[in-house]
Design a protein around this ligand. Structure first.
Ligand code: EPU
Length: 489
């Protein structure tokens, strides 16, 4: 079968010829050859963007009772750094179970524009970055999400230079990049902020050198970026106070499969022996613990019983403990299949409220905070929700109040008044202002009596693959309307 490359050959900036990146980390023979990978169908040669979802509305008629089984997609936050990490590798990598989301599409499209050869077969992506000839990813695209900035690490390490616009992403706080910059400097990079862009190069054109660096906060993205950079640095790097999130472990596994030498992933210290080159590899993205957690919360909020797979229960202990304490029944059917029940036969009259404080893994995930807040509006008593990771992740509260939620925000803490008889929410119009906050509105809409109309779907589409279809299969009454088309999509 003819192979079609999704290769957008319009590099926005070619590397400085005085610092030719052919001097850095090149390996002539790819370990995995494209023709041996036997793709199962014709690749997609051009990605449709999700921009058209900007004007769409989600109409939910509630209350809904959910039942059945939901398949969990690959993790967005594991896929993004792994796609960036292919910039470290000579030869082709085959990444499976990549969720089809606007963020992963943007990442793939940026890599393609920089010169990578990419083939997309559904959730499987073949990617070869040997042809990359630009060290400056498209600024507009980088400004759309957080994950694009991760490329600064591999670009610097492999090509000796990177010019990056400051990243975008959900508006949930300041989200600086100081840890990234300090860490890259500790590896011998010169990093400056010029013309609103981060300009970084390896000092004296010698490439990065191993070093010791302690992160002042266990930032997930900075840990991932520095790990990628250290893999190709000369010598040993020791990173301490690093993030312990499962997504960091996935990245380390992928890089080790590519020939890197990373020890300690999942602990607060990483020891990385730099290699002169890495090869491509095959890797399957782990299931999305935040998507799985969101569906568990959907079951609890709607007092339903659903099962889901694949999930990795150890990635979700914190949420599972809280759901059990509230009175939900969790049953593990196989090593990667969980069932959650909040039907009255299992939980009795009502669920009990509980308190959460978000924190780095293994703490309560900030990415489940807004959805959990909705559950607490349906539980007995007063509960508190303390957000300690992002200072501005409460914008969903205003929107939830439109549906009748009784929540008071005081700084970064929300006081949630529950209801003795489950949900007292009623349908209304609300706007998804960020990804997880937007998803909390969908969950509230499922439990609310009447019709809920949600705008700002582009924010939600950044993180939930096939959301409408999955919810409909579980029995939710929802449709997506494009106003200019006047019919459901
Ligand atoms: N921080 C700094 N300096 C830095 C980097 C981070 O002060 O240089 C601070 C941030 O301001 C924030 C805290 O550290 O207060 C945590 O940020 P972190 O860097 O850990 O988050 P991230 O890497 O930007 C990833 C996920 C987020 C998730 C967080 C925390 C990706 C693409 N994003 O972001 O996911 O909330 O880790 O787990 O991996 C989402 O999926 O909705 C989402 C926002």
């Amino acid at each position: 079968m003819a192979a079609f490359f999704f290769c957008l050959s319009k590099p926005s900036r070619v590397s400085n010829p005085e610092r030719p990146f052919t001097r850095f980390r090149r390996k002539p023979v790819p370990l995995v050859v494209l023709s041996k990978l036997q793709p199962h169908s014709q690749p997609i040669t051009q990605y449709q963007t999700h921009t058209q979802t900007h004007n769409q509305k989600l109409i939910i008629t509630g209350p809904c009772r959910l039942s059945g089984h939901v398949p969990i997609s690959g993790s967005k936050n594991a896929a993004l750094p792994i796609l960036a990490a292919t910039l470290c590798c000579s030869g082709t990598s085959k990444i499976s179970n990549v969720p089809d989301l606007s963020d992963t599409r943007t990442m793939v499209s940026i890599l393609g524009e920089m010169g990578a050869e990419i083939e997309v077969y559904g959730n499987e992506i073949l990617i070869n970055t040997d042809g990359v000839r630009s060290v400056e990813p498209d600024s507009d695209e980088i400004g759309k999400f957080r994950g694009g900035f991760f490329m600064i690490g591999p670009l610097l390490a492999r090509f000796g230079e990177a010019v990056m616009a400051l990243p975008g992403g959900c508006d949930i706080g300041a989200r600086p990049v100081d840890v990234y910059i300090q860490g890259l400097r500790a590896l011998g990079a010169v990093v400056e902020l010029r013309d609103g862009k981060v300009q970084a190069y390896a000092a004296d054109g010698r490439g990065l050198v191993g070093g010791s660096f302690q992160l002042h906060y266990p930032s997930v993205g900075a840990t991932e970026t520095l790990t990628m950079a250290a893999c190709l640095a000369d010598g040993v790097t020791v990173l301490s106070n690093v993030a312990k999130e499962p997504e960091v472990i996935c990245l380390a596994k992928f890089l080790n499969d590519c020939g890197a030498c990373i020890e300690g992933a999942g602990s607060d210290k990483l020891v990385i022996k730099g290699k002169s080159w890495l090869h491509g590899s095959r890797y399957t993205i782990a299931p999305d613990r935040i998507e799985a957690g969101t569906f568990m919360l959907a079951a609890a909020i709607t007092r339903s019983c659903i099962s889901m797979s694949p999930v990795i229960p150890s990635h979700m202990s914190c949420l599972l403990d809280k759901l059990k304490a509230a009175g939900c029944k969790i049953r593990q059917w196989t090593h990667d299949t969980l069932e959650i029940s909040a039907i009255s036969a299992d939980v009795g009259e009502n669920l009990k409220g509980f308190n959460i404080k978000t924190g780095p893994f293994p703490g309560f995930p900030t990415d489940l905070q807004p959805q959990t807040t909705v559950l607490l509006t349906t539980c007995n008593g007063l509960s508190t929700v303390e957000e300690s990771v992002f200072e501005k992740r409460m914008s969903h509260v205003n929107e939830l109040q439109k549906l009748g939620a009784k929540i008071q925000v005081c700084g970064s803490t929300a006081l949630v008044s529950g209801n003795d008889k489950g949900s007292a929410l009623s349908g209304s119009c609300a706007v998804a202002r960020d990804l997880r906050g937007g998803m909390s509105l969908v969950l509230a809409g499922l439990a609310a009596k009447g019709t809920t109309e949600i705008d700002g779907l582009a924010n939600i589409d950044r993180g939930y693959e096939n959301l409408d279809m999955k919810l409909r299969f579980l029995g939710a009454d929802l449709k997506r309307l494009a106003p200019h088309l006047a019919f459901p999509v």
